[in-house]
Write a protein that binds this ligand. Structure first.
Ligand code: SF4
Length: 377
């Protein structure tokens, strides 16, 4: 159903709810401006208490830890993010520790998570917090929002989870729940859509308990009002006020704007291997290889390391494919066993066994895993 205005939506919700719960006088149609937020809160919180996962970043009010978790969990599944979160917290337990680290160390610890700009921004933001005297972490929403890599969602999540401040935290799960509850078919990832959704969540937000509300609605979207609904609506505590369920549109929501065309690229990597000249105590000679740092800030994997690479438009079927959000990569690797390393601008000679010290893309790690039976590690 086409969304018209929020007050019309409220009327629809009240009318719909009254049909199903006529005994609730507070939902009488005469309360035409009444949104049954109290109904949503009580049912949502009861569901949350029974179903929530115990996650370390939800058991703390330390803003620095919450920030780490939020950045790590963007575009990342909880099971995968948990391991990274534990390692970051152990290695850099305070924002000052993270600020003092080398960017290369942070990228190395981030290796495998993808979207490396998140790690670079994390590091830059830590330095900014220390430089501005905001350590252990800023408390004002505006200061948090001004940090590199922090948008409205992350600033809202930190402000509410750490300080219980009344800011919404609209992640993908929350967009889905709100779109379905109110049957909004406006794409949520356009400027106009974001504004509309933001207005709705501001109205729905429990200003008395923002930490609880944001935690509960995010968890509800992650575990119950999931992209593929199955029978979940039948056991849903919000079913009686859900317009998407009433109109049969829930499974189609939320709506996204059309995705841009995926760009395809073909990479040929050259793995040069040179046996060292000296053997020590009968041990195998050291092996050297060439790697280089990616230096284009506008391209993928900025500041990550890779083997020397040629890009072409071959459109052949290469051995590896790797899908990023807007690009599909085809890759192949050619091994060159050489007596003398070629001179390739921008590369550096390293011991093969030191490869682990450098941040590599997930594609390179996949290839190394596959080749580990024939290549030294
Ligand atoms: S009724 Fe279904 S679509 Fe509506 S909130 Fe519940 S699970 Fe989501």
């Amino acid at each position: 159903m086409k969304y018209k205005s929020f007050s019309q939506k409220k009327l629809q919700i009240c009318a719909f709810f009254c049909n199903f719960a006529p005994d609730f006088g507070i939902f009488s149609p005469k309360f035409t401006n009444f949104m049954p937020n109290s109904f949503v809160y009580s049912n949502l919180y009861r569901w949350y208490e029974s179903n929530r996962r115990i996650l370390p970043w939800r058991e703390t009010e330390d803003a620095y830890f919450i920030w780490l978790s939020e950045v790590i969990l963007q575009q990342t599944r909880v099971a995968q993010g948990l391991d990274y979160y534990m390692r970051f917290v152990a290695r850099w337990p305070r924002v000052e520790d993270l600020a003092a680290a080398d960017e290369a160390e942070v990228l190395r610890e981030w290796q495998g998570l993808g979207y490396y700009s998140r790690a670079r921004n994390l590091h830059k933001a830590a330095q900014m917090i220390v430089a501005n005297g905001w350590a252990p972490f800023p408390t004002r929403f505006e200061d948090i929002r001004s940090l590199p890599g922090i948008g409205d969602y992350t600033a809202g999540a930190i402000s509410s989870f750490a300080y219980n401040q009344p800011y919404p935290a609209m992640d993908g799960n929350v967009y889905r729940v709100v779109a379905r509850l109110l049957d909004i078919d406006e794409p949520f990832d356009t400027t106009a859509g974001k504004k509309l959704f933001h207005q709705q969540i501001e109205t729905l937000l429990d200003h008395a308990h923002p930490r609880l509300f944001n935690s509960a609605i995010m968890e509800f979207g992650a575990l119950h009002c999931t992209p593929s609904l199955g029978d979940n609506c039948l056991t849903c505590p919000l079913q009686s006020v859900c317009l998407g369920y009433a109109h049969g549109t829930a499974e189609l929501l939320p709506v996204r704007k059309p995705r841009p065309k995926i760009r395809e690229r073909w990479f040929t990597y050259h793995i040069y291997l040179q046996q060292g000249q000296t053997c020590v105590n009968g041990q195998p000679s050291e092996i050297y290889t060439l790697i280089r740092k990616r230096e284009n800030p506008k391209d993928i994997w900025y500041h990550l390391y890779e083997f020397p690479c040629e890009e072409s438009n071959s459109e052949e079927a290469f051995e590896f494919t790797h899908v990023l959000s807007h690009q599909k990569l085809h890759a192949r690797y050619i091994i060159h066993k050489v007596q003398k390393m070629p001179e390739i601008p921008g590369t550096m000679l390293i011991h093969w066994e030191d490869l682990n010290e450098y941040a590599l893309s997930r594609l390179t790690l996949r290839v190394l895993d596959k080749l580990c039976t024939i290549l030294p590690r």
